[in-house]
Design a protein around this ligand. Sequence first.
Ligand code: NAP
Length: 314
Amino acid sequence: MKPVLPFVADPGYAFETEWIAALQAAMPDETVVPVAQLDAAARETCTVAVVANPRTEDLRLLPRLQWVHSVWAGVERLVSELGDTGLQIVRLVDPQLARTMAEAVLAWTLYLHRDMPRYARQQNERLWRPHDYLTPQNRVVGLLGLGALGEAAAQRLRESGFKLRGWSRTPRTIEGVQCHAGEGGLVEMLSHTDILVCLLPLTPLTRGLLNDMTLGLLRREASLINFARGAIVDDEALRRALDRGTLRHAVLDVFATEPLPIDSWHWAHPAVTVLPHISAPTDRNTASGIVAANIAAYRRCGVVPPCVDRGRGY
Ligand code: NAP
C-alpha cells in the first residue's frame, strides 16, 4: 500500500486542490490527501505532512507526526505557532524561487537606479527635464540577508555591474560582494548603501530592524526595496524618512498586514510603490519536485532535510 501523505492548509486557502494535484503528480508512490479526508487509522500512519499555513489544531489530528514540509520559503508563522509541538519544520528551498526573486530584485533595482518614479511624476506634470545618469558601477546596492534568495539576487546584480555590499548573521564570502556580519557590520553596510534590498527572514532579531536609527544611516537619497516581510520595517519610521526626503523611494512587496488595508497611508504616498506580495511566487511544479525528492529520501532512509532552527527563528 502507498504511504499516506497529508496536505494541511489553512481552511480558507484557495489553491489546496491545485497543490494536491501538483504534489500527487510529483509523488506517484504516495497518496496525497487533505488531512480532513483521513480516518483515524490513516492518521495514525502519518509521520510527515506537507503544509501551507496549517492550523495547529489540524496538525494535532496526526498523533505520530514528526516533521512538516512547508511549501513556502518564509516560515515565521509556522515557527511561532508550532512553538510547543516539538515538530521539526522544513521550509522550501527552491532554485526556481531564487531565480524568480533575483529577477524581481534586478527589475526593481533598475526601476530605482534609472529614476523611473521621478520620470513618471514628471510625465504627470508634462515636465521635460533630463537628470544626470549614474553608472551601476557608481551605485551601491546593499543586500540585507545573503541566504538562498540574497545570494541569487547578488549574482544577478553583479552581472548588471552594480557595486554590492551584503549583510548576514554569520560571516559570508560571495564573489563580487563586500560582505558584512553582526551589528557593527550593519552600520558599515548601511552607511555605504544607495539602494537597500531586504531579503531577511522575520525573526525576533529582525522585527523592526529598519527603524529611525538604521534608515538614518543610509546614504543621502537612498531607496528601499522590501521583498522579505513587512514587520522588518518600522512603518512609521519609514514614513518619516520618506516625508523628510532622506529616503527617496520605497518599493514594498510585503506589509505588516496583508492584504494592505484600504486606508493605509502607503497606497497614496508619492514615494511608495505598492506591490501585492508578488516578487517571488512559489512555482507549484518545481516546489512539488523539491518536496517529492525530500519525501523520497525520508521514506528511503529516514533522513529529514535540514530543519528550521527554532532558536534562530529561521
Ligand atoms: P535564508 O536562506 O534562510 O537566508 C536568510 C539570510 O538572512 C541569511 O543570510 C541569514 O544569515 C540572514 N539573517 C537572518 N537573521 C539575521 C540577523 N539577525 N542578522 C543578520 N542576518 C540575518 O532565507 P531565504 O530563502 O533567502 O529567504 C529570505 C526571506 O525571504 C524568507 O524568510 C521570506 O520571508 C522571504 N520571501 C519573500 C517572498 C516574497 O514573495 N516576497 C518569497 C520568498 C521568500 P546567515 O547566512 O548567517 O544564516
